[in-house]
Design a protein around this ligand. Sequence first.
Ligand SMILES: NC(=O)c1ccc[n+]([C@@H]2O[C@H](COP(=O)([O-])OP(=O)(O)OC[C@H]3O[C@@H](n4cnc5c(N)ncnc54)[C@H](OP(=O)(O)O)[C@@H]3O)[C@@H](O)[C@H]2O)c1
Length: 250
Amino acid sequence: MKIDYSNQVVLVTGATRGIGKQIADDFAGLGAKLILTGTNKDQVKILNETSEKTEKGKRKFYCVDFTNAESTEGFIEELKRYEKIDVCVNNAGINKIDYIAEVKTTDWDDVMSVNLRAPFMVIRVVSGIMKRNAYGRIINIASILGVISKEKRSAYSTSKFGIMGMTVAVSNELAKHNVLVNSVSPGFVLTDLTRSILSEKEIEDLATQIPAQRLAGPVDISNVVLFLASSFNTYITGQNIIADGGFVNV
Ligand SMILES: NC(=O)c1ccc[n+]([C@@H]2O[C@H](COP(=O)([O-])OP(=O)(O)OC[C@H]3O[C@@H](n4cnc5c(N)ncnc54)[C@H](OP(=O)(O)O)[C@@H]3O)[C@@H](O)[C@H]2O)c1
């Protein structure tokens, strides 16, 4: 079995760092052309210039901030120009933690905008392109905090439970068009997002509570995405695949 993405166009949101960058790198290594996003204009410019020089512009980065409705609209207009998008990975995500009584409305809105509204806007346009081509694979990056939860995670968990609902609903509509829609729920992954929320000590303690005895690396998540997005996935749709080293079963 050899997964091959040559001649495929793959969209990954939030591909500058962490899980999204790993997913983008792995798709690129398997031949895909990439549509990617980041929020920093200068970084996006440099990433596009580097890709132009080293791989004939195989990766096209757009600058988009999903907390900003105008910026999101602009990106959606760009997506409408594509005739072919074979794979869409809604990965960009943020977390804001606080007790429910303290959650700021602006933080709540930002989490919903990035984690839920943006995937909806992206899927709305991408599903039309995929239906026209009678082929597509959509993967939403959810979280184990969309399956279980803990204190201070009301906004994040609401958004992740929501993206799973969207995954199931949309999968029902699109399966007849050969467009399969699934979500992947990482456990704890060593990225900037995790390091911004947990101290080194908390990370060490956490590792001992995971049956695999370690946090995930981005590649542990990318491996699942690459399979679900491939033509080897012919019949899985509307599912949530948990990649957490066994954590939710303890
Ligand atoms: N890390 C974990 O343990 C974990 C666990 C479960 C689920 N997840 C999920 O996995 C996904 C990726 O997480 P990660 O840990 O790789 O995060 P990360 O390292 O913080 O990277 C987040 C990515 O999203 C982009 N992004 C951030 N704010 C954005 C905004 N306002 N608009 C558009 N894009 C934005 C970032 O772009 P810039 O670099 O330009 O800021 C970056 O590319 C998220 O959906 C997250 O909820 C992560």
